[in-house]
Design a protein around this ligand. Structure first.
Ligand SMILES: Nc1ncnc2c1ncn2[C@@H]1O[C@H](COP(=O)(O)OP(=O)(O)OP(=O)(O)O)[C@@H](O)[C@H]1O
Length: 821
């Protein structure tokens, strides 16, 4: 549209549009609706399933403003950013109202709705420089802000899998490099440059140098962190003053879990739902903050003995004193999401309910601190030390805010009577007026003698007196007619209007006064933000420890010995998820005994369905749990810490990347061989299965040799290639294990017990029978197996597997006939 032909409103719209980042839908407030125009309207109408109309040539669609939240959430979940352009000036007839961009929302920057309270919602930024790749991420709803520098793209992908951000930004000139990152959005590269990025950080944290955060020399990390802040403040228009601390970390502090391993071990997500994850077993947290912390611990198992033992000691004390454990959890249980309430109050979305929740939660902190101190563990004591009950703030909120405030700020009604004299006066003026009106009907019935006279109210007309048709002749002179309806007429009186104005005026001013009081309280909260965040973090850790202790108590877990040895010794270990979920078949416990200086490489053979995969995953999960500091589902355990856990489990195509099952398998195997160290734990399930038998066997064999001879790490290797068990003869570190089964009446009975030695048979056909393969197919399979085992060849030297008895008989018959002739 030519610029001079545009209406003033359209000019205003286009000006707002120009300021937005890419892939943003602009919701433009027009009266009671948010309207979308042009391409935005086409995209949004399809996603939201609302009608697409036209204004002149311009496509448009709209959603009512009062229900906009649900629509916004839907757009954001579909991968769009959503900008809100609101009316900020006074509405005057015939004049264009002033409008401003008030918020831009995206998946990583939702801070008040659409969030799962037991899960963090991260926004991440990545950028590459000569010296490494910077990764920064933050959680707007809690104020967490972390940064790291990683050596290569693989490490970044692993870390992103762990953080699992809802949104990731990267510089547009590095699009080629970062293309493989899921859901990445590219932005102008300038904001990722170390110098401007450092400026943004210095200004935000009001410091002269970044040394205090330990990132001054990390140029890539600074670039990512600065870009993230720039994006939030300038492009997304978010308040970020609650991001108070930039925590730099190194991935080597934690046990490294690549994306594949996280998925294979069902740590926090599973196709079977939350119940089938380790998180589902360990999360008994009673606050949302604690639940988020447990999740964080599962994804960041520790690497140093001291920190792990500190958690174990805390759990041990909690278990020794189950009354205190109960008390601690009971007090914690009444605490609300302090962290997110404080962040919302710091931003623009907080309301009186957040204030009430914050005040009520802080008021419980002294009880939590007392319960914690009574436990007597150094870690719990240090967490209790960091709790600030902030009694003055609690007192101010309790004095000011009613117990159950309404959700909407602008409606008022959340400040207690008696808190503020000016507000009380306005409220009593309004009340008196309302009383006067309440009595008016009675008075007017007496005065006029009209029994059916009614005083009523509508939001359009305000208060009025309604008289039915039959009674119109009795209407007094001072009534002023306002409107005729089907049944009668509506009147006002000058006095009624005067009182009404008083009420409305008083109500308006009361609301304005309440808004002022809210802002004062909000400022108090913001003034204590750092202490509140620290308190919330301590509460989260206390809750997470309580949660681990409660799991250990309920499920009879044991405390493992954890050290820097190369030992992995588990007695009567159980798979944490299957053990927890098992309803039918009781879970059969199994032992593990590996040592980098002794038997470090276990080859597990056994029939299909016997429990090989379950067993090797169980060992990986127990090792990981030990490094979280958790107790274990076992009778006893000794875990020498590992630096990484690698898994190669099951077969899955990655069609999105155009890779076949075999290719995925080989990629994962290459990753293990290239990155495992002597301190790693590797679990491999049936590698080499996706290709021809001989190729597969050869690959599996040489991978096994390399892991045993060159890397020397603790490894569990489940395979159907029984030939590989021969490695035990030539290699001292190899131990053969098998899963016991009994054969009975041509059926297999699974005993689920891991025993020393190799398996003698695969029982594939018997297992196939369990799956319901037709008898005719099973019988034929047996025949073929028989032939293969006897290595029978035909006259041409080919295996006779293609022949069936019937054909054989026919051929024999033919030969007999020939002989006869
Ligand atoms: N120790 C156990 N106690 C009870 N049930 C078990 C145990 N181990 C495994 N199972 C059950 O057996 C089923 C099959 O186990 P799993 O998948 O580990 O077998 P597998 O030997 O790896 O089979 P395949 O070779 O066919 O992949 C599991 O789904 C589980 O329900």
């Amino acid at each position: 549209m030519a610029e001079d032909k545009q209406t003033p409103m359209m000019k205003q719209y286009l000006a707002a549009r120009r300021e937005l980042p890419p892939r943003t839908i602009l919701l433009f407030r027009l009266g009671d609706f948010y309207e979308m125009f042009g391409e935005d309207a086409k995209e949004a109408s399809a996603i939201l399933n609302v009608a697409l109309t036209k204004r002149g040539e311009m496509p448009m669609c709209g959603v009512p403003s009062h229900s906009a939240r649900g629509y916004i959430e839907k757009l954001v979940k579909s991968g769009w950013r959503v900008a809100l352009c609101d009316q900020v000036g006074e509405v005057q007839a015939g004049k264009l109202v002033r409008r401003e961009l008030t918020q831009v929302l995206s998946a990583g920057t939702l801070d008040d709705f659409g969030l799962d309270d037991r899960k963090p919602n991260y926004l991440a930024a990545i950028c590459q420089r000569k010296d490494g790749i910077g990764l920064a991420y933050c959680e707007l709803s809690t104020g967490e802000f972390r940064v790291a520098e990683l050596p290569d793209l693989a490490a970044v992908l692993n870390e992103l899998a762990r953080v699992s951000p809802a949104e990731t930004i990267a510089p547009s000139h590095q699009e080629e490099f970062f293309r493989g990152v899921a859901g990445v959005n590219f932005l102008d590269g300038y904001i990722f440059e170390p110098e401007p990025a450092a400026e943004v950080l210095l200004e935000h944290f009001k410091v002269h140098s970044l040394d205090g955060f330990g990132v001054a020399e990390m140029r890539a990390a600074v670039g990512a962190a600065g870009a993230l802040l720039h994006y939030l403040t300038r492009q997304m228009r978010r308040s970020v003053s609650h991001l108070r601390r930039l925590q730099s970390y190194q991935t080597s502090q934690y046990l490294v879990l690549d994306a594949v391993t996280q998925a294979h071990l069902d740590l926090v997500e599973s196709r079977g739902g939350r119940g089938m994850t380790l998180l589902g077993v360990l999360d008994r947290a009673v606050t949302p903050m604690g639940a988020r912390m447990i999740r964080e611990w599962i994804l960041h198992p520790l690497r140093d003995v001291e920190s792990i033992v500190a958690r174990q000691q805390a759990i041990a004390r909690l278990l020794e004193d189950s009354i205190q454990l109960g008390k601690l959890r009971e007090h914690l249980g009444s605490i609300r999401d302090l962290e997110r309430a404080a962040s919302r109050l710091n931003g623009s979305s907080g309301n009186a309910r957040d204030l009430a929740a914050l005040g009520a939660s802080l008021s419980l902190v002294p009880a939590v601190a007392d319960a914690a101190r009574a436990i007597g563990s150094p870690l719990i004591d240090s967490l209790a030390e960091r709790l600030s009950p902030l009694p003055e703030l609690v007192e101010s909120i309790a004095r000011a805010v009613v117990d159950e405030p309404p959700a909407l700020l602008r409606e008022g009604g959340f400040v207690r009577d008696g808190f503020d004299p000016a507000l009380d006066e306005l409220r009593s003026a309004s009340r008196e007026g309302k009383d006067w009106i309440a009595n008016l009907q009675e008075r007017e019935i007496t005065r006029t003698g009209i029994k059916s006279l009614k005083v009523r109210f509508t939001s359009v007309f305000g208060y009025f007196i309604e008289i039915t048709k039959a009674n119109l002749p009795s209407v007094p002179e001072d009534y002023v007619r306002k409107q005729t309806t089907v049944n009668g007429e509506r009147f006002i009186t000058p006095e009624l209007k005067e009182i009404e104005n008083k009420i409305l005026g008083a109500d308006e001013r009361a609301k304005a006064r309440e808004a002022e009081i809210f802002q004062e309280l909000r400022a108090l909260v913001v003034g204590h933000l750092a202490a509140i965040q620290e308190t919330a973090a301590s509460l989260a850790s206390l809750d997470a420890l309580g949660s681990l202790a409660e799991t250990a108590r309920q499920l009879h877990y044991c405390r493992p010995v954890v050290d820097d040895s190369g030992v992995l010794e588990i007695v009567e270990g159980r798979h944490p998820i299957l053990d927890f979920q098992s309803t039918g078949e009781r879970f059969v416990p199994n032992d593990t005994s590996l040592d980098t200086d002794g038997h470090r490489f276990a080859i597990i053979t056994g029939p299909n369905m016997a429990g090989k995969s379950t067993y090797i995953r169980q060992v990986a999960l127990l090792t990981l749990m030990a490094q979280i500091g958790s107790y274990l589902p076992a009778q006893s355990a000794h875990v020498g810490l590992v630096d990484r856990i690698f898994t190669r489990v099951g077969a899955s195509d990655d069609l999105t990347k155009g890779q076949s099952t075999f290719m995925v398998e080989m990629n994962e195997t290459a990753n293990i061989l290239n990155n495992a160290t002597g301190s790693s734990l590797v679990i491999l399930d049936e590698i080499g299965r996706g290709t021809s038998t001989f190729d597969g066997l050869s690959i599996a064999w040489s991978v096994a040799e390399h892991l045993h001879d060159v890397i020397g790490c603790r490894t569990l290797f489940a395979t159907h290639y029984h030939e590989i068990t021969d490695l035990e003869r030539t290699r001292s570190g190899v131990l053969n294990l098998n899963v016991a089964v009994r054969e009975w009446n041509d059926q297999v009975i699974f005993l689920r017990k891991i025993l020393e030695g190799r398996a003698d048979q695969s029982y594939g056909i018997q297992v196939a029978r369990l799956a319901g393969l037709p008898d005719v197919v099973l019988n034929r399979a047996k025949e073929i197996l028989n032939n293969l085992e006897k290595a029978e060849l035909n006259a041409e030297g080919e295996p006779v597997i293609a022949r069936s008895r019937r054909k054989k008989a026919a051929i024999q018959n033919g030969l007999d006939q020939l002989n006869l002739i």
